[in-house]
Ligand binder design. Structure first.
Ligand code: HEC
Length: 178
């Protein structure tokens, strides 16, 4: 190999090495950024949550004589025929209280302050919002709200919740964040 070829070869390997390094940095950066935003949104998506609930739903249920029957025949059939929607959302017998709603629907974003959400328990982040009044906070939680920091989806994306349940979750969150 001539000296000229050797020089070219060395330069070529340096360039390849640099490109490999840049690729690795991009992959790691994308994972870090994606984990904090996209992943949280996917997990907060009610359709995703419903799909997971369906996958981990018990195969069968036991009815004990003398107690209220729990297994509707349709639900059992629904396990076999995947098309049957019977096994999806179990009917909510009783309205959830604020803490339960918060843990089910709000903690994904507000628990850690994802994507600009005011963090649970962070009095500083809630002070200015509280000044707008509880009615405004209720309204923004139920109808959704585009603020300077980010987007609060209507009912946190859980449109199956009643207005009252969402409001009680706001009250719970606010009471712990003063
Ligand atoms: C997908 C993420 C996400 C979920 C889930 C979520 N929030 Fe939010 N929320 C936000 C973001 C982001 C903001 C900040 C918007 C801004 O002011 O920039 C916010 C703001 C709020 C505010 C303040 C509104 C205002 O006027 O300042 C309230 C109240 C609230 N959320 C309640 C709730 C409740 C109750 C739930 C559960 C039912 C919930 N959020 C679920 C992202 C979320």
């Amino acid at each position: 190999m001539s000296n000229h070829d050797q020089n070219f070869f060395n330069l070529f390997m340096v360039v390849i090495g640099a490109l490999v390094g840049i690729t690795a940095v991009l992959i790691v950066t994308a994972r870090v950024v994606g984990g904090g935003t996209q992943l949280a949104w996917v997990q907060a998506d009610p359709e995703y949550a419903a799909a997971v609930d369906k996958r981990i739903a018990p195969v069968g249920r036991v009815s004990i004589a003398g107690e209220e029957a729990v297994a509707e025949p349709a639900a059992v059939a629904g396990q076999a025929a995947d098309a049957a929607p019977a096994a999806e959302a179990p009917a909510v017998a009783k309205a959830l209280d604020g803490e339960q709603v918060y843990n089910a629907a709000c903690v994904a974003c507000h628990g850690s302050g994802v994507a600009g959400a005011p963090k649970f328990g962070d009095a500083g982040a809630w002070k200015a919002r509280l000044a707008a009044g509880t009615d405004t906070l209720h309204k923004h939680a139920v109808e959704g709200f585009q603020g300077a920091g980010g987007f609060m989806p209507p009912k946190g994306g859980r449109t199956d919740l009643s207005d009252a349940e969402v409001k009680s979750a706001v009250d719970f969150m606010v009471s712990k964040s003063r």
